[in-house]
Design a protein around this ligand. Structure first.
Ligand code: UT7
Length: 321
């Protein structure tokens, strides 16, 4: 038994911001951003929320699967940028889409969040607790980045992606691998609200995202090929059998580095970071939805999803579409 993805959806804010526009805010250029990252533009919220984007992506995933919201049993939203500490984003999505019979909660594993949520969904279905699930990755990281820091503000974009998946007897997800390394948490960090009460001196430190870009870069290029090979090994799949590798869309050079290490040709690594930037937990389901809607996926194809991010965390899964 496993779970199979039956529908996909995604949502982006209305405002698209090109590199040239960022060059008016910080000391950077379209040429530098494209050369070092592959990114040409990103979407930035001017009002859309993590919950509203996730709800739109989930509704579209249900529509694509031909399912009604009332049939959904579990909603998982992966996010590291929720609007509210309570209620959780998944409960807001449940209300928004009218999925009143679903259990709903959030999960945070930063940019690997969608994969960790999908694995959680898989475990629930395999154990027989639920039969179907909506899994979304949704972020509005634009409220967490320091818009004066050219090292980070050029990378991230806002958006959401979602899948509807259900129990299946054949095919579906074949294997999963996850890793976490809390000892390297400082490589990419951001605080929600610093400690503040009448008994301590207030911290003056800003609470923006802080990142050691080079460390993350080398972590991804070294660790992700190994994680993918581990997941392929667990499912008895050869690198050559994989139709598409859908990797976290952080940097074109990272994806190319991973494809070289795997000795797999670049054409099997689709990318949309040129248009949407790094959307953290939304990046894999956003890309999946794009491929699905363009008719590039056929039932029976073998796919690999792999992601990495703050934590540090990383994961990969092998599935049959
Ligand atoms: O989802 C996971 C989240 N994070 C990531 O995936 C990040 C992974 N890392 C990366 O993508 C890359 O490390 C970056 C794109 C962040 C940076 O690229 P890099 O090739 O590692 O550049 P660097 O940090 O080594 O900086 C090279 C130079 C520096 O100048 P100096 O010291 O050589 O004079 C930076 O100050 O480039 C400068 N720089 C910039 N210049 C123009 C850094 N950011 C910019 C910028 N525009 N936006």
């Amino acid at each position: 038994m496993s779970i199979r993805i039956m529908g996909t959806g995604s949502a982006l804010p209305v405002k698209k911001v090109a590199n040239e526009e960022l060059a008016r805010l910080v000391d950077t250029s379209d040429e530098w951003i494209r050369e070092r990252t592959g990114i040409g533009s990103r979407y930035i919220s001017t009002g859309e929320t993590v919950a509203s984007l996730a709800a739109r992506a989930c509704s579209l995933a249900l529509e694509d699967a031909g399912k009604r919201a009332g049939e959904v049993e579990l909603i998982l939203v992966a996010t590291c940028s929720p609007e509210d500490t309570a209620p959780c984003t998944a409960c807001q999505v449940q209300k928004e889409i009218g999925a009143g019979n679903a259990v709903a909660f959030d999960l945070n594993a930063a940019c690997a969040g969608f994969l960790f949520a999908l694995h959680t969904a898989w475990a629930y279905v395999e154990s027989g607790i639920y039969r179907n699930v909506l899994v979304a990755g949704s972020e509005v990281l634009s409220k967490l980045v320091d818009w004066e820091d050219r090292g980070t503000c050029i990378l991230f974009g806002d958006g959401a992606g979602a899948v509807y998946a259900e129990k299946c007897e054949e095919g579906g997800i074949r294997s999963f691998v996850q890793h976490s390394d809390g000892s390297r948490g400082a490589v990419l960090s951001g605080v929600c609200r610093p400690l503040a009460n009448p008994y301590i001196a207030r911290s003056q430190e800003g609470n923006y995202l802080k990142m050691d870009g080079r460390e993350i870069f080398s972590f991804a290029v070294r660790q992700i090929p190994k994680t993918i090979e581990e997941a392929l090994g667990k499912s008895g799949t050869d690198v050559g059998e994989v139709d598409f590798f859908l990797l976290h869309q952080a940097n074109r050079r990272i994806i190319e580095g991973i494809s070289r290490r795997l000795e797999a040709d670049g054409e099997r690594f689709p990318m949309n970071l040129m248009e949407v930037g790094n959307t953290s937990s939304a990046s894999i389901p956003l890309l999946l939805d794009e491929l699905n809607r363009r008719g590039r996926l056929q039932r029976g194809m073998k796919l690999v999803f792999a992601g990495f991010g703050a934590g540090l965390t990383c994961g990969a899964c092998v599935l049959e579409w």
